[in-house]
Design a protein around this ligand. Structure first.
Ligand SMILES: [Zn+2]
Ligand SMILES: [Zn+2]
Length: 961
């Protein structure tokens, strides 16, 4: 999303202490001038300013300047040429016309003494060249020149604005709100505060990502929430200082009924996985039939989660969830492989109380053991290794069961192991193990005996050969997730994480400015957190560790937040009660059907099959409509009358009964005497490969996705394809029971669809073309004003075909359709995408992907520029610095690297260029991992089947060999 920035006063360009990147440019041939700086100095805070005439041979026109420190204890140096106000032509690149022919340099200094700067200049669109070398002396005594101090801050603010023109990064937002006012500056260089406004985060929403919430929460802390001041004050007055005095137990969750599982189970006795006897009924569970499948899944998640899914989220941020979890648990893949190789482990399952993997969760892995001693030895060995990396070894007992642990204070290592007979559980939280023991001791109900789970196991029977992985979200689990205990607990955690985002930004600026780590007290006393430093909603205490990471004594730190279940919650504030009540109201209105337990069966291999069953929805018009349309029956979904150039095909069974009852068909019969008795029960809509004249933009798709009620990952893609297809060759085929009658009806059919009276604006005419292969071909013209749509119709074999192009029909008549396979699946409806048929479509699709990748990559540039250009972070430390600050690693999904272009001094991606000058690989370039992944697909099928058990959905992803 590009926001154009207008700089509304006299300025320029600059740049500063980014030494390494420009080392390539020499100082060659510039003579050194000795000058006297203007100074402001108070204690160890020193500021200087130099105003120097530009030499006569300086390039004319807009000029970007960059100062390189050669000697002296000076830092955060900016150099800008004076000039006239003008709009920036390119985002991210501000330029000024150098008419005054002077340049202003400002900077900070520590120790007194000699200093020397080299100034490099770059004309618009050109490269950096040495312009001048300046030598000056920094004094020991205090001098008061507030204007010099402000002058530096002003240039610093402009520097941040150039790095992040949209003010999109939380660090720029922090600096402008908290630091700029300390220098008498307004929050933005232009004094414009409107772009700060954003919607207040909804902590109780179901789909908002945690990272987005954290960022918005910081804005709220900075006093920029969109509520008006009076509103905000009113809420503050009503809730500030109000003790959390409402018992949690007074709140009730969404009122939704469960299915009558005991009744549905009557007479059935399904087999359940062994390990489900150890899993609490209100937790999610993932069962692996075979431990190698877990490894296969992990690889797949890396490949897919690491590329496609993240890209669909259009975020180029890697939260390294798998790495984080396996390090936390001391269960790396290599260990699992070894244990499997040794025949140590039998079954394996994952379980947990919440899905907050990115933020911090209690994650448990349960094993059934074949060799208990071996397992214990391997874990002991891992824990000894962990002890060398900061983990503390300890032992514990839960109900007489003895366990061992390795835990570090920051929770980067947090592994608890308990052996119960031939079952072992390894968890990142001791509380999680206590729940497992409680189940084993029969104090908590196990999943194995839960009716909803057992019922799901009758639909997806165990050991069916169709299953490698079974994921189950139980009825009580979904209920728990929306319960007041979990929702309010999570909201508090997010608020605390928002506070820590602010602390991390404050610490970063303190560290840059003072060149050492702050303590929490220094941040507060120094005004780095504003007049109202943030407080943890659970009364945790904030501190900053030796590595400069802020943490909360209760919630730990972002990305490794203390699991919700570990923090007791008994009393809540009136505000929390009000927010939760609003959430429940909303939920009862829109999301009631989501109380259904969800079972997902996965089969891995060359073709990946993912199946879920949606239990019959009660009183749901959407569901009832679909059931009626399909006539509650399944059929064989053959690929009939399918041309090889088909890229998308939607086919399904329709109930002739249902069809006959529709208004359209009834009207045709009553008004036009048209008998559609020849209609069969099978329809297909096919789109063929072709040139795309226009495509729907990503934002439009996003909106459509939202319209559909949620921003799930595949929907926008599907909708995008369908939308692009508006200008692709298309054909509809309908099965007919009587080809002769069907053909005879064609002219009447189209006439009936046209206007009843002759109309100049809208007309329909039907005629026949010369026979092809001895069969008639009908053409129908629809005219609406100047637009003419021509449809070609014929009966080919047992199908009525209506096509947007004549060659589709003639090809079908010539028998060029793909021969249907004998093993076609059963179902009610299927959408197939034939990826390998994309020929002409390949380029726009690939280009579209490349654009998505570029947009995702671009979001990392502001922070990268702030770090590299403004805060003097070294290139090789960029990833780890951002990871420490934000809890994610920025990466370019097309494989680029973030660096300062040595010839211009501008931060850019090696593949995608800078904010001001974006670049993109040609469409044919498919080196990016994401595109390789997309291209490795052959076909994707999404299938619905109405069964007495419910709606079965199957997604099949076939990969190329
Ligand atoms: Zn906290
Ligand atoms: Zn990139």
């Amino acid at each position: 999303m590009s926001r154009r920035t207008i700089i509304a006063f006299a300025v320029v360009t600059l740049l500063l202490g980014c030494f390494a990147a420009i080392a390539a440019v020499g100082t060659g041939g510039v003579s050194t001038a000795v000058i006297t700086p203007e100074i402001h100095r108070a204690g160890n805070e020193g500021y200087f300013r130099l105003v120097v005439p530009l030499q006569g041979d300086a390039p004319s026109g807009p000029l970007s300047l960059l100062a390189r420190v050669e000697e002296g204890d000076v830092y955060l140096v900016h150099a800008m040429a004076s000039g006239q106000a003008r709009e920036d032509q390119d985002e991210g690149e501000v330029a000024a016309v150098t008419q005054g022919r002077t340049m202003t340099l400002t900077g900070r200094f520590g120790k007194p003494g000699a200093a020397r700067l080299t100034i490099l200049a770059r004309p618009a669109g050109g490269v950096l060249k040495p312009l001048a070398s300046l030598k000056f002396k920094l004094p020991t005594s205090d001098v008061s020149r507030p204007d010099v101090r402000q002058s530096w801050a002003h240039q610093q603010q402009i520097a941040f604005q150039m790095a992040d023109p949209g003010n999109s990064d939380t660090f720029s937002q922090y600096w402008n709100r908290m630091i700029a006012p300390r220098y008498g500056l307004s929050p933005t260089a232009g004094g414009d505060t409107t772009r700060f406004r954003r919607d207040s985060p909804d902590l109780y929403s179901i789909f908002t990502g945690a990272a987005a919430i954290q960022e918005s929460l910081q804005l709220e802390l900075l006093g920029n929430a969109p509520q008006s001041l009076s509103q905000r004050d009113a809420i503050k007055k009503a809730t500030a200082g109000v003790p959390a005095d409402i018992p949690l137990a007074t709140l009730v969750g969404p009122a939704v009924k469960s299915h009558p599982f005991p009744e549905m189970l009557k007479g059935k006795n399904p087999t359940v996985p062994l390990l489900s006897a150890y899993i609490p009924a209100d937790q999610y569970a993932v069962f692996f039939t075979d431990i190698t499948k877990q490894l296969e899944l992990a690889d797949l998640m890396d490949e897919w989660g690491g590329n496609l899914l993240r890209q669909v989220e259009t975020s180029a941020r890697d939260f390294k969830v798998r790495e984080k979890l396996s390090r936390q648990l001391c269960l790396e893949n290599s260990l699992l492989t070894r244990m499997f190789g040794d025949r140590v482990i039998g079954d394996m399952a994952f379980t947990g109380s919440d899905p907050f993997l990115k933020e911090g969760t209690a994650f448990t892995v349960i094993f059934s053991l074949k060799d208990r001693d071996r397992f214990r030895k391997q874990i002991e060995k891992k824990y000894r290794e962990a002890a060398r990396q900061g983990g503390v070894r300890s032992e514990f007992t839960i109900d007489g069961h003895r366990g061992i642990a390795a835990v570090s204070a920051d929770r980067r290592i947090s592994s608890y192991t308990l052996l119960m007979g031939d079952v072992a559980a390894v968890a990142s939280s001791k509380e999680a193990l206590e729940r497992i023991v409680a189940v084993a001791e029969k104090r908590l109900p196990p999943l194995a005996q839960a009716d909803d789970f057992r019922y799901m196991r009758t639909i997806f029977p165990q050991n069916a050969g169709e299953e490698d992985i079974f994921i189950y979200l139980s009825d009580p689990h979904i209920r728990a997730l929306v319960s007041p205990r979990w929702k309010i607990g999570e909201a508090r955690r997010m608020r605390c994480a928002g506070n820590m985002t602010l602390l991390a930004n404050a610490r970063l600026w303190f560290h840059t400015e003072q060149r050492r780590e702050p303590t929490m007290a220094e941040l507060v006393a120094g005004g780095y957190l504003g007049p109202n430093p943030p407080h943890c909603p659970d009364h945790g205490v904030y501190a900053i560790d030796k590595k400069g990471e802020p943490y909360c004594s209760i919630h730990n730190r972002p990305g490794l937040l203390t699991p919700v279940g570990e923090i007791p919650l008994e009393r809540i504030t009136p505000r929390e009660a009000a927010e939760y009540k609003a959430f429940v109201e909303n939920y009862n209105r829109y999301w009631t059907q989501f109380f259904d337990p969800i079972g997902i069966r996965v089969k891995l291999g060359e073709t990946i099959r993912i199946q879920t069953c949606i239990l019959p929805l009660i009183e749901n018009s959407w569901y009832d409509g679909l059931v009626a349309l399909s006539g509650r029956s399944q059929g064989t979904l053959t690929e009939a009358a399918l041309l090889p150039r088909t890229v998308i095909s939607l086919r399904g069974h329709i109930s002739p009964d249902w069809l006959r009852r529709t208004e359209l068909v009834r009207a045709l019969r009553d008004r036009n005497g048209l008998d559609l008795g020849w209609l069969g029960d099978d329809v297909a809509l096919n789109l063929c490969d072709g040139q795309v004249l226009f495509t729907l933009g990503g934002q439009g798709l996003g909106m459509l996705g939202h319209e559909a009620g949620r921003t799930s990952s595949l929907e926008p893609l599907v909708i995008g394809y369908l939308a692009s297809a508006l200008n692709l060759p298309t054909y509809l085929t309908v099965k007919v029971t009587d080809p002769v009658k069907a053909e005879a009806s064609i002219p009447t059919l189209f006439r009936a669809l046209g206007p009843s009276s002759r109309d100049d604006e809208f007309g329909v005419e039907t005629y026949t073309l010369e026979n092809h292969q001895g069969k008639p071909l009908y053409v129908t013209n629809f005219t609406l004003f100047v637009v003419k749509l021509r449809l070609y119709t014929a009966v080919v074999d047992d199908r009525l075909v209506i096509a947007s192009r004549r060659d589709i029909i003639t090809d079908l008549m010539d028998g060029l359709a793909i021969k249907g396979k004998s093993s076609a699946p059963q179902g009610s409806m299927q959408l197939s995408v034939y990826r390998s048929a994309f020929k002409e479509l390949a380029e726009p699709v690939s280009l579209g992907y490349q654009e998505e990748l570029r947009h995702a990559c671009r979001k990392n540039l502001p922070l990268a520029a702030i770090m590299l250009n403004n805060l003097g972070v070294a290139q090789e430390q960029l990833e780890s610095s951002i990871s420490a600050l934000r809890g994610y690693t920025p990466y370019c999904p097309a494989g680029g690297r973030y660096l300062v272009d040595p010839s211009t001094g501008i931060t850019s991606c090696s593949v995608h260029g800078s904010l001001g000058r974006p670049r993109q690989p040609a469409a044919g370039d498919d080196r990016s991992p994401t595109l390789q992944l997309v291209n490795s697909l052959e076909k994707v099928d999404a299938r619905l089947a109405f069964t007495p058990d419910g709606l079965m959905t199957t997604l099949e992803i076939r990969r190329k060999r």
